[in-house]
Ligand binder design. Structure first.
Ligand code: SF4
Length: 332
């Protein structure tokens, strides 16, 4: 179980039920009061080499901006929700936008306000909307600290309209199984070859456990997708991803195989990732490949188009071999 080294908290979290619950839960952990979770000077001044240590802290505040961003994938909107950042340490994590601000886990205790806005937007719309609530953190992992996912499903299930979706790399789904979710929740389990999980996705669940979690969620009648992401084109990527798809085919239950859909996303990377990874993850494997990647502005890199094309052909062929009746939402 995660036990933070220190808690940095905004004073007004005491005015929220979840804030009081977290202060009580961690009453023995050293606490530092802060003005604003977005601007903790002490963290800003830390070196990249202290990246992993910083992730052992918990920052608790309230979310002040609630802007929904249109999306055209599984969801219609990306919605800022109850956390940002994460206590795991995937080397490509897209939340490492600026490490002094995004890397560590921030919990936002004004969950009633955030869910209320989602429910109102869903009910006002003519169309059935799906809201992505997990684009800023891993909510299954967060749930082990706050129970927020259980709370969310219980408080969302009776709304007349709308669905919620989130991705995860964690197998801690047992608390979700008995809930009466009324098919309003879409869980997307992110997978990668075991070699990549072991060497790049530090602190996340093993592949075997993630696949077992998919089977359990399908048995509990959740809508479930598999996110093959991010695809990293290591030297022997064809072999690694072939083995992954074969493993899914051999270990997903018959019911899961009849229901799941796929999304495939190629890795993007940045100058900031590279700087942190070099100093914080000594002896780790190199995931930035300058032969295969190209700049896309503002210090960001993506795979070259011929590599992506080759990857797309490979994934369409492999998935149609083993999962010919399952929808592929997109390969990007
Ligand atoms: S589990 Fe997700 S949010 Fe956490 S470090 Fe990995 S990619 Fe980032």
């Amino acid at each position: 179980m995660f036990r933070p080294t220190a808690i940095y908290f905004e004073k007004d979290i005491e005015n929220y039920e979840l804030g009081r619950m977290l202060l009580e839960k961690y009453k023995d952990v050293p606490k530092i009061e802060i003005e604003n979770h977005n601007n903790i000077e002490e963290m800003r001044n830390k070196q990249n080499s202290e990246f992993l240590k910083m992730k052992k802290n918990l920052i608790i505040g309230t979310r002040k901006t609630h802007k929904f961003v249109e999306n055209h994938k599984v969801s219609d909107y990306l919605v800022p929700y109850t956390s940002s950042g994460c206590i795991a340490s995937c080397m490509y994590c897209y939340l490492v936008c600026n490490y002094n601000k995004c890397a560590y886990m921030r919990l936002f205790v004004n969950r009633e306000e955030m869910l209320d806005k989602i429910i109102k937007t869903a009910n006002k719309s003519d169309k059935e909307l799906t809201f992505e609530i997990g684009s800023n953190s891993d909510l299954v992992l967060e749930n082990t600290i706050t129970n927020n996912l259980v709370w969310t499903i219980e408080n969302f299930k009776d709304t007349p309209k709308g669905k919620l979706t989130f991705p995860t790399k964690f197998a801690y789904v047992d608390d979700l199984l008995p809930l009466n979710h009324k098919q309003k929740i879409i869980v997307r389990m992110s997978v990668n070859p075991e070699y990549i999980i072991n060497n790049v996705e530090f602190g996340t669940s093993r592949l075997k456990d993630r696949v077992e979690a998919i089977n359990k969620l399908v048995d509990a009648d959740y809508e479930v997708g598999i996110l093959i992401a991010p695809v990293i084109f290591l030297e022997d990527w064809r072999k690694l991803y072939h083995e992954l798809i074969l493993y899914l085919y051999q270990n997903l239950s018959t019911k899961a195989k009849s229901k799941i859909f796929f999304e495939v996303i190629f890795m993007t990377y940045s100058y900031v990732h590279n700087a942190i990874n070099k100093e914080a993850f000594l002896n780790s494997i190199q995931i930035f490949d300058k032969e295969k990647m190209t700049g896309r502005g503002k210090g960001k890199y993506m795979y070259k188009s011929d590599i992506k094309k080759e990857g797309e052909i490979f994934f369409r062929e492999e998935l149609s071999k083993y999962f010919k009746n399952n929808k592929i939402w997109y390969i990007v």
